[in-house]
Design a protein around this ligand. Structure first.
Ligand code: NDP
Length: 445
């Protein structure tokens, strides 16, 4: 790391003790930024990095709710409004028992650069709760969401902060959150949340956008080496929103997706994952992958273990942070891997990224490869603002153009800064310079 940035890094780590995922995200970005500060001394003079690492606002709140038996539970809610240099704070809400401030801050920090890369007018933020939705009834989910919004509503708005979904937060939860916002404020403010249902202000393609976008980004990387998805053997982790649509898109481009996972294990299906069955089991029935294996002849469910043990030429990690470590990366490489695109946020550890880069594997970091979700959220905001709704084809076309644009910008920035083919450098510098310029232009705020 550039020695001028080391002191800033040390201060950031000391000011945010115990937030290891946030530290990891900060270090990864700082490692790319030395050459930018050679060209732009004004960023150092203006203490842009010090300001960027300190969220503009952090909100932590109590979320009390009752279960179906009438027992009272208390969870913790978070919203970190990280940076508004480019637009209103924008980023998802995650409901998962592992959520704490360090996770929300790593996600919010990454979101700043991701949102800048999309070219859309959106700042960075993230939120969520340590609430575990698994096994909860619809009524319990609704009561939790209503309680969460009863505090959150005073901090958000279409010109202030626009949350969306993430792990554990999909269309059902956005519906309950929107309903409560509307009830408290007495305003039908469509632009306050994205990921809404189609009949009440949502955008076509938003559910598919992150997974589709990840595959489009990977396809652009493959093209730089004269390859495509056609005939690739693909391994995917996760089996939620991002994973399901990544599988569908990869298969539509001629690949065979042979494996996917959840937190209990993984399935191998050599004939190619049956997306309709997977969607029925995971999205409609909210079941487990064992249910898929029971209904799909020829597939095999493995309890525990690592989906990265399955041989593939393309890997799409679409579950959660730090799910792919250095050993898994080395195994994938020795099994013939040629490309990785991160559908999840920071799924590869720093040592995994080093293994991929040293082996010359095409590697698309999450802040670039999974930006299609937030970009389509911004398209939803555009449709809400103009009281319009676009066709699936038109919206998918916009998504494709945005993803190709992000790919090309990352590649061109990496070339410009002397790191050809390094999409990590391209994404970090490309996102950072845009935000830093805007911050300096807006004065010391
Ligand atoms: P979902 O809740 O729909 O699915 C998450 C999937 O990941 C599930 O299969 C889940 O398994 C698995 N998973 C979650 N946590 C763990 C864990 N600790 N260990 C192992 N498996 C786990 O979430 P999404 O698909 O929306 O999100 C997946 C990733 O994509 C996240 O990193 C998210 O931040 C990122 N992302 C999502 C966007 C979106 O638009 N939704 C946008 C950009 C990035 P199980 O069911 O067993 O818990």
């Amino acid at each position: 790391m550039d020695s001028r940035l080391e002191a800033v890094r040390d201060t950031v780590l000391a000011r945010n003790p115990g937030e290891k995922e946030f530290h990891q995200a900060v270090i990864e970005v700082f490692e790319s930024l030395g050459p930018v500060h050679d060209r732009h001394p004004e960023f150092l003079e203006g203490a842009v990095l010090e300001r960027l690492c300190e969220p503009e606002r952090q909100i932590i709140f109590r979320v009390p709710w009752t279960d179906d038996a009438g027992r009272v539970h208390v969870n913790r809610g978070f919203r970190v409004e990280f940076n508004s240099a480019l637009g209103p704070y924008k980023g998802g809400l995650r409901f998962h028992p592992s959520v704490y401030l360090g996770i929300v801050k790593f996600l919010g920090f990454e979101q700043i650069f991701k949102n800048a890369l999309t070219g859309m007018p959106i700042g960075g933020g993230k939120g969520g709760s340590d609430f575990d939705p698994r096994g909860r009834s619809d009524a319990e989910i609704m009561r939790f969401c209503q309680s969460f919004m009863t505090e959150l509503y005073r901090h958000i708005g279409e010109y202030t902060d626009v949350p969306a979904g993430d792990i554990g937060v999909g269309g059902r939860e956005i519906g309950y959150l929107f309903g409560q916002y509307k009830r408290i404020t007495n305003r039908y403010e469509s632009g306050v949340l994205t990921g809404k249902g189609i009949s009440w202000g949502g955008s076509l393609v938003r559910p598919e956008a992150t997974g589709y976008g990840t595959v489009i980004f990977a396809q652009e990387m493959l093209k730089t080496r004269g390859q495509s998805f056609d005939g690739q053997r693909v391994v995917v982790s996760g089996s939620g929103n991002v994973a399901i649509h990544a599988i569908a898109k990869a298969q539509s481009l001629g690949a065979t997706v042979v494996a996917c996972s959840d937190s209990a294990g993984y399935i191998v299906d050599e004939a190619g994952i049956d997306v309709a069955l997977l969607s029925q089991v995971k999205e409609v029935e909210r079941g487990r992958l064992t249910d898929y294996a029971a209904r799909r002849p020829g597939s095999n469910h493995v309890v525990g273990g690592s989906v990265w043990d399955v041989t593939g030429t393309v890997a799409l990690p679409c579950a959660t942070q730090n799910e792919l470590d250095g050993d898994a990366a080395a195994k994938l490489v020795s099994n013939g891997l040629i490309a990785v695109a991160e559908g999840a946020n920071m799924p590869s550890t720093r040592s995994a990224v080093s293994v991929f880069q040293e082996a010359g594997i095409l590697f698309g970091p999450g802040k670039a490869a999974n930006a299609g979700g937030v970009a389509t959220s911004a398209l939803e905001m555009q449709q809400n603002a103009s009281r319009d709704s676009w066709s699936f084809e038109h919206t998918e076309q916009r998504l494709t153009e945005i993803m190709v644009g992000i790919h090309d910008r990352c590649a061109a920035t990496a070339d410009e800064y002397g790191a050809p083919g390094n999409y990590v450098v391209g994404a970090n510098i490309g996102g950072f310079v845009k935000v830093a310029d805007a911050m300096l232009a807006q004065g010391l705020i």
